[in-house]
Design a protein around this ligand. Structure first.
Ligand code: NAD
Length: 291
């Protein structure tokens, strides 16, 4: 069993981006600038946004964190997005999800200019991705593809089983893995909460992508010998021995499954860092296409 080390692979991507940014600086060109919007004080969202801002700084990007109170109105948020859309210094706009219930997240995502949609959630970006056209690919599925590429995992003709059908992970990764690309060219099955015989389907998988949000959902008896296992899940579970009071758990029972898998991502240190690296790549692309 080999670990798919997302931390290492992400660092390699960020090292290249750092050089690319330095080159832009030398040439007197604009440096990439990411604007991140955070609404409310959700602990996990705070952590994710902080990690993204830190990654920007370490790579030589500019970043601006815009905070709104949890009771901010939808119109105030939309107004800010309009302002950022028009600001020529801002290359990418990221709205950290989930948003408070009184705000329609679809409306907010649709308000972002597709040219600045570095999270790749705008319908224009999604449509282009489905058609295989160049676009901003959502960061988590893009990060998974980059991880498979980094470790030269052979995906051609393999049966990939994706568990979860969310718009941010399950659906887009199923589209990318089924595409005529490398990595890609998989035969893909998407499973979800209404799937029957999930265990039997998983046992046929050469590649499993678990994006469910239920800690340790995928057990060893659901995994074929030699399968590649990608664990997207991140759930905070109570842990009194930690200073923070919690620890992160993935959707895969790592201890059991790692005995059968050929490659497996850890949590933390797998898909998480790759998501940030993918976001950085999208932000660099947003800047480089316009400037
Ligand atoms: P979601 O809640 O939107 O979707 C979960 C999916 O799991 C749904 O499509 C549902 O049908 C499916 N599901 C639920 N119960 C099931 C069951 N019993 N059997 C089969 N399928 C079932 O979640 P999401 O936004 O896709 O996120 C999934 C997990 O990935 C969460 O833990 C989230 O925190 C994590 N995540 C991690 C990253 C990262 O960067 N590593 C990014 C995004 C999400």
């Amino acid at each position: 069993m080999e670990i798919l080390d997302g931390k290492k692979a992400a660092q390699a991507i960020r090292d290249v981006l750092k050089i690319d940014v330095a080159q832009r600086v030398n040439e007197g060109k604009k440096i990439p600038h990411l604007a991140a919007i955070l609404v409310g004080n959700n602990g996990a969202s705070e952590t994710y946004v902080a990690a993204k801002v830190k990654a920007c700084e370490e790579t030589g990007f500019k970043s601006t964190l815009i905070r709104f109170e949890g009771d901010t109105s939808e119109s105030a948020l939309l107004e800010k997005i309009d302002e950022l859309n028009l600001d020529p210094d801002i290359d990418g706009i990221l709205v950290q999800l989930p948003l408070p219930k009184h705000i329609d997240d679809k409306k907010v995502i649709n308000a972002i200019a597709p040219s600045k949609d570095v999270d790749g959630f705008h319908p224009v970006s999604v449509g282009k991705m489905v058609e295989g056209l160049p676009t901003f690919v959502p960061a988590t599925p893009y990060g998974i593809m980059l991880l498979l590429q980094h470790y030269k995992i052979d995906t051609k003709g393999k049966h990939a089983v994706v568990i979860g059908r969310s718009n941010i992970v399950g659906r887009p990764i199923s589209i990318l893995l089924s595409g005529n690309s490398n990595p890609g060219n998989c035969t893909v099955t998407i499973c979800h909460s209404h799937t029957v015989n999930l265990k039997e389907i998983c046992l046929q998988a050469d590649i499993i992508v678990a994006a469910i949000g239920i800690p340790e959902f995928v057990k060893a008896d659901m995994v074929k010998e030699g399968a590649v296992v990608i664990d997207v899940g991140i759930t905070r579970v109570e842990d009194a021995t930690r200073k923070s009071g919690f620890r992160l758990k993935g959707d895969v029972d790592f201890t059991g499954v790692s005995l059968k898998s050929s490659f497996i991502t850890p949590v933390p240190g797998g898909v998480g860092p790759m998501t940030i690296a993918a976001l950085m790549k999208n932000t660099f692309l947003a800047c480089a296409t316009k400037n």
